[in-house]
Design a protein around this ligand. Sequence first.
Ligand code: NAD
Length: 519
Amino acid sequence: NSLRPLRPHFLALRSSCLSTSMDPPRVPNLIGGSFVDSQSSSHIDVINPATQEVVSKVPLTTNEEFKAAVSAAKQAFPLWRNTPITTRQRVMLKFQELIRKNMDKLAMSITTEQGKTLKDSHGDIFRGLEVVEHACGMATLQMGEYVPNVSNGVDTYSIREPLGVCAGICPFNFPAMIPLWMFPVAVTCGNTYILKPSEKDPGASVILAELAMEAGLPDGVLNIVHGTNDTVNAICDDEDIRAVSFVGSNTAGMHIYARAAAKGKRIQSNMGAKNHGLVLPDANIDATLNALLAAAFGAAGQRCMALSTVVFVGDAKSWEDKLVERAKALKVTCGSEPDADLGPVISKQAKERICRLIQSGVEDGAKLLLDGRNIVVPGYEKGNFIGPTILSGVTPDMECYKEEIFGPVLVCMEASSFDEAISIINKNKYGNGAAVFTSSGAAARKFQMEIEAGQIGINVPIPVPLPFFSFTGNKASFAGDLNFYGKAGVDFFTQIKTVTQQWKDIPTSVSLAMPTSQK
Ligand code: NAD
């Protein structure tokens, strides 16, 4: 029941926000090079968050299918790891070209399933594409080290070898970028892969896999299994999977970290965030307000690097009014509408949760400067829309501050000094990112030195690093040792083998003492 020839570029035909449908297609698994319909009778509807249209049905993969995927990855490993690295790089070179050619199709799939604006979907793909481009230079990134003559006639060198079968578990908010943080680095290092896309928006992963195969990735090197908790637990428990990459919430991330570690796996787990923008009164007002608006409300606040909290120091608090005025001007509508600034949030449940957290802020004494809860979007009345929302006078004890809201809600706090603002940020349990807005180099340097967060922005909101660096995280935002992409990403997907060789005349005497380099 191979679907591979029948479904070129999955969901390509359902390319409009308002497409009226025949039966929604079932999302195929990818096992051993074939796109196959799951035998499972259980599935989850993938719903367009702007219209509530059922876009597709994603199966809860059976255990047999999961085992078949791991077995295919295991079988493909020996040949793939011995494939010249130059060949593996060339697959990535072709892959990046195909992603570029199919950018619009991918973007429409993301906007239809996830809701973000088309322009933002292009950004989602492009930030992943950059990781693919970086993987094209893997031979240099994966180089080992060599020290000649560590002892007389003895040389030592280390090589970075792939691990075997690796797996990735994805969140809903970046349907292209996050799968592309994972499998391109893994497979170009010589591993084989099992990808578990988010059940909320699996379409982009399937298209990317089709393109990767078209680029020359051999059968079994990349496999896709869909599902939720059971599939994730099967990944954590499987004896043949050596490493797990996770991006998503803390509840799932810490569960996966503990369960997979108990089976001896290597894990990188990127989790939740509460990113702060610290605004000093000497900052450029216009640039800062525009940065705050974009970083708080872009993607309807559903970015792990969204600036969801702003701490105004001293007189900067008076900028709140201007912020509210500019936020009111943002256009909320279906992401495929050309003038959309922000689209819907992912689900009805997410909308309810966000509205509840806004209400908790009001009940705890915060001032609701802008309330987006009752927005009605003409033509998309059923969509999960929330307009930009701003809460002011928020304090660290409020639930709306302690919890990650993950919606278009900006909470505003005040501090009387720079030190007090830094202390507020460092006391927060999360440490994903933080940005300072200032015209003082000394203040910026102090911020960079003292803030406990993985990504620091200096007059830059959402400072997601390019792939020659790594995406990191601090405190509750990350568990593991080796971060995503960059040098750390290559280290994550490889293990070191150290070789010591001796090429000299055979010694004539025997010594049972521990060999040292002294002679
Ligand atoms: P989520 O944790 O609900 O889902 C992520 C993945 O985990 C999905 O594939 C899902 O099927 C699986 N999953 C969910 N609950 C599970 C459970 N109990 N047991 C096993 N598997 C489970 O996250 P989400 O809502 O899709 O994504 C939003 C979250 O991701 C936010 O917290 C956001 O901050 C975070 N995020 C972090 C980063 C980062 O780099 N730090 C990047 C993007 C998103």
